[in-house]
Write a protein that binds this ligand. Structure first.
Ligand SMILES: C[S@@+](CC[C@H](N)C(=O)[O-])C[C@H]1O[C@@H](n2cnc3c(N)ncnc32)[C@H](O)[C@@H]1O
Ligand SMILES: Nc1nc2[nH]cc(C(=O)O)c2c(=O)[nH]1
Ligand code: SF4
Ligand SMILES: [Mg+2]
Length: 242
């Protein structure tokens, strides 16, 4: 059985972002990413700083650990990273969790397709705007959305674009216009990953949330959309494992 490189298993907590915001969930965070976003809040998954903490786990190992950490207090697991879409072995983990009547969500940036995308209950695809310094491969993204559509999975998927500035907003408009059938979320970018005082950070992020709301309200393109902060950042700041 192929193993999965895991950096964190934590929860239950709430999903702080996007299409199932507020949902009680466990998190499994995989190691490794094909991107290097300028503002990545989980850079430890790819910058080598946590490489000693990576544990190679089978799906059964992960299920065991989820139960040790979360007891019987969960029925939903969110797989994030890094980019979990780099790992074909996630297929087996999804099957095992769903056999146990656990709903499965997954976060990815849309740079790689996996056949198991069509099994995910809540799939978040988060293409990266110019502020990230990454370049979107539109062909790959088109293919992912096409696969979801022909497999009748659009209702189980969403797009989420993180916004730091007006250029990012124009990018978000382009994404929404290109894929109008998908639920669309705009998320406040956290530009202060060093702040250790949650109250300071939440004040700052709420100001940025107000700015983002103002921008979206004034857009003629961004109508059938939702605007959200990272709720976990408002509550716990930059703390890891929440
Ligand atoms: C850490 S990523 C892992 C999953 C995948 N690599 C991705 O980017 O979608 C999870 C989510 O956090 C978002 N994110 C990362 N850094 C952020 C920041 N500084 N502010 C707001 N959202 C951020 C990403 O855009 C993504 O939607
Ligand atoms: N509570 C909470 N919600 C989240 N939503 C997406 C997260 C992520 O890092 O992928 C995340 C996270 O790390 N914590
Ligand atoms: S794609 Fe996701 S995990 Fe990878 S660098 Fe960007 S935000 Fe971080
Ligand atoms: Mg996060």
């Amino acid at each position: 059985m192929r193993k999965i490189p895991v950096l964190e298993i934590f929860g239950p907590t709430i999903q702080g972002e996007g299409m199932v915001v507020g949902r009680k969930t466990m998190f499994v965070r995989t190691a490794g990413c094909d991107y290097r976003c300028a503002w990545c809040d989980s850079a430890f998954t790819w910058d080598g700083s946590a490489k000693e903490d990576i544990v190679q786990m089978t799906s059964e190992d992960i299920w065991q650990r989820l139960q040790e950490v979360g007891g019987s207090c969960f029925d939903h697991v969110t797989i994030s990273g890094g980019n979990p879409a780099l790992l074909s072995a996630i297929d087996n983990l999804i099957d095992l969790l769903q056999e146990k009547s656990i709903e499965v969500a997954l976060e990815t940036q849309g740079s790689r397709y996996q056949n198991w995308f069509v099994k995910i209950d809540d799939l978040t695809i988060s293409p990266k705007p110019p502020s990230s310094k990454m370049k979107t491969n539109w062909e790959t993204l088109d293919d992912i959305i096409h696969q979801l559509e022909i497999n009748d999975r659009l209702a189980h998927a969403s797009l989420k674009v993180v916004i730091f500035d007006k250029e990012d907003l124009r990018y978000a408009e382009k994404v929404h216009q290109r894929y109008p059938k998908l639920a669309f979320f705009l998320q406040v970018g956290n530009d202060d990953l060093e702040e250790i005082e949650p109250q300071q950070l939440s004040r700052h992020l709420l100001n940025k949330y107000e700015w983002l709301i103002d921008q979206v309200v004034a857009s003629t393109v961004l109508n059938r959309v939702r605007v959200l902060p990272q709720v976990h950042a408002l509550v716990w700041g930059n703390k890891r494992g929440v």
